[in-house]
Every structure is written in structure tokens, then in C-alpha cells.
Design a protein around this ligand. Sequence first.
Ligand code: KIV
Ligand code: NA
Length: 265
Amino acid sequence: VKKITTHTLRQMKAAGEKISMLTAYDYTMARLLDEAGVDVLLVGDSAANVMAGYETTLPITLDQMIYHAASVVRAAKRSLVVVDLPFGSYQEDARQALHSAVRIMKETGAHGVKLEGGEPVIEAVSRIVSAGIPVMGHLGLTPQSINQFGTYAVRAVEEKEAERLLQDARLLEQAGCFALVLEKIPAALAGQVTTALHIPVIGIGAGRDVDGQVLVVHDMLGMNQAFKPRFLRQYANLQQIIQDAVRHYVTDVKERKFPGEHEQY
Ligand code: KIV
Ligand code: NA
């Protein structure tokens, strides 16, 4: 199979071919997604929520991200694997950011890293890129700043914040980012950023006028029916499918219907 690279993604933007990205945190799911043709696997720090059950993404550690990322890399035959730098692993200074990014690359075999923010992380981005490590930016509703936002509501609705976002996007491109994620911002602004930049822009809750889409895989598979934000399309109801199967199993065990004659030695 022909592997997806950062170069491939740039060609896709130029050709107008949309980029598909999903999160992955473990080997088995990553194998399914890679075989189904997902272009980019994001080992998101949303693992803190989806895998570990934390309220926010802040608690997950660099070591924990490395464990998830190494599992995903072992499954990825075609997909590009990008790993989130977790909260606290890059904000001190560019040296700390580079050190964390190098650990991810060396210990997991991933193809790039992602970090959140604009102007304050530009030095860190430059330093990581200078070491030959591809960096993906992330603007808009950046969950590592949730305590500052105080809400998961849509970002950059007001003129000033929208202007700052466009400026930050330009800075990230200049600093050498190979792609940019825009989370939960008005579709018109996301379209404006996508036109202004040469690098691919991948949206989540950012409308259709972007170069690609990303969703949290557990959310798009409907594994949590209690979580249904407007931007989320559920492509399956795995909560129903899994719970039906498990209830059936429990009943069979109770009623001595499992194992059967041909399921024993
Ligand atoms: O951690 C994550 O899942 C993400 C995506 C939602 C972009 O950063
Ligand atoms: Na993330």
C-alpha cells in the first residue's frame, strides 16, 4: 500500500480532494480505520475523555500518550499517524516542546505531532519543525484551554477573536505547520482561513468549506448516545449494537444456553 505522507495531504488540498481523519487510541480500532481507508489517524488527547473517563483533556500524560500512539502506529499500514502533545508537555518553552516531540517520534514511530494555540506556541512550532518533525496546528475551541474559556460553546464568533484566529493561522503556516485543525468555529470563518492558507485545513464543527474533516471515532460510531453536539454525525449506533450483544450474552449465560454442545471440548 502507498503510505499517506504530509506531502500527500498537500497534494490533496491542491487537487481539491478532501482529507478524512479520525481519532484512534488503540491497536484494534486503528487497524479497522486504517483498512477502511482513513487518511490520517489522530492519537488525540481526547483519550483522556474517551479512554480514561476524565472530564477534560488536561490530566493525560506524555507517557500515556506515547502508550496509545505506539499501539496505533503498530496498526497503521497506510494512514498518517499524528499524536497530540498533551497539556503541560510543550507550554514551558521551545526546548521542552522539542524534547516532548522527540520522545513521541522516537518512542512511537508516529509521523508527526499536534499542539494547540497560536502566537504563544510559534517558537515551539519552529523549533520542532527545525528538527524535522511535522507539526499540525489546532485553533478555535482548543480543549486544553477549557478552564480559560469556561464553556464548550462555539469560538471566534466575535470580530476580534475571528481576526486573531486568522492571524494565528497565518503565523502557524509561516512557522512551518504542515496542516491545521479548526475546532468549533463559524463555517464562514473556517472557509476564509482555508482560502488564506496553502496548508490543508481540517475541521471539526467548522463547516464544509475546509480541506478535510476529523471526528472522535467513538462519537461518530455512536458509542455514547448521551453525547450529540450539532456538528457530530453518528454513522452507527454502536452503543445499541454492543449492549444488545452483551445483554444477549448475559441472558444466555444465566439460562445455560452458552456454551452449547459444539462450543466445548
Ligand atoms: O484530541 C482530539 O480528539 C482532537 C480532535 C478533536 C481534533 O484534538
Ligand atoms: Na486534542
